[in-house]
Design a protein around this ligand. Sequence first.
Ligand code: 6PG
Length: 478
Amino acid sequence: MTQNTDKADIGVYGLGTMGSALALNFAEKGFNVAVSNREADWIDTFLGKAGPLADRLTGAADLADFVSSIARPRSILFMIPSGAPMDAMIAAITPHLDEGDTLIDGGNADFNATRTRSAAFEGTGFHFVGMGVSGGAEGARHGPSMMVGGTAHSWANLRPMVEAIAARHKGDPCVAHLGPDGAGHFVKTVHNGIEYADMQMIAEVYGLLRDGAGWDAPAIGTLFADWQDGPLSSYLIEVTAAALQSTDSQTGKPMVDVILDRAGQKGTGRWTLIEALKMGQSASTIEAAVGARGWSSEKDFRVMADPLLPAQTLNGDVPEATDLQHALLAGRILGHAQGFRILSAAAEEFDWPLDLARISEIWRAGCIIRSVLLDDFAEAYRGDLPGGYLILSPALRDMLDASLPGLRRTVAAGVTLGLPLPALSGALAWYDTIRRARGTANMIQAQRDFFGAHGFARTDADGQHHGDWLPLSNGSSG
Ligand code: 6PG
């Protein structure tokens, strides 16, 4: 903390749910916090509800007063909508800054925008940090996981404060400086992509039990609650179990049964995919999850299709609970492995020193995808990992070996029963692709060369080659 007790240690601009929670968290950890908000009346409302923590909070509606109430070099955290509002705030506040000050965007920003903003600050004496914050309102208030991208100067100022407010895993604060400019926001985006995949796989298993086995929501909730004691133990399984066991006070029905089957999304899952595809990567689990949310929104189409498109199901049963548990475990491992592949590709593409072991570690507590598996991933990355590929670690190979039969039986059941498992089957398809030294892309290359003379590499010689293709029956050769 600063020696200057008259000045705040940090500024928080934006007193919505997340900003308010973070400001209170900083204050609770002993920091003096200056707060401000576009709608000035929110400031007094916030201070009025802060209780004893109000002693460490100073409100200022005027931007110049807000900035001057913070000790230099300043760290000013913005918790406002990403995009244009952030650019407007940067323009408005910059004239009040001094050399060495840092602006921090704590929203779910597009890392490309963060890179542009960081580049614009270069040479100005000011610094820009993109910081991913995970854990929702509860996490922000009592311990989020934070992914920081920015300069070493900004990190040095920010570090004691964010380490104090972060979630802890066995004492280790779940926050790290991951690289320059957009590194933090990129890692947060991929975190969300993995979150989408995990949520989708859980929903798929729920669907098998509901529509394939006829279980009611509380029964499914009890099964998920049981799984919370095993290798699936995680925040999302815990949330799922509690959600399934919740009752709607208006109707007395299970809460999930009165919720319309149309998923929202703010874009981070989609961004993960877009960036993966740009780098020549893909992530079948995340792709399936984003796609499924899109299809879920086509409610009218689905309602029309329901009586018109028969399932043509085959004989089959929903597998036993252990298989479903194993399917989720294998799917979770493969979904994370795909996310980490995207992070590796980005580290190379943007020349970021992304430490995948550290990223696993800071995801072990505070964030939405926290789970006991993250500890295994951290250990795998800290150990001797063949080629740096997560699923080649001996420990994870053992886990996959034990859970793969369950994943196969679950995906097979979805196929025979006509119940969609896009993320689980995407995970399995990726596994079956990666584990084969010789795939089928030789056929793709043959077709490309046949119709477009695109050339191919031979298995027995260097360089580019063309095939000795038979002419088609109409005489054309492509
Ligand atoms: C987190 C979450 C959070 C995200 C929500 C909703 O890490 O705390 O990822 O940042 O906003 O999960 O995201 P969608 O609206 O896209 O589902």
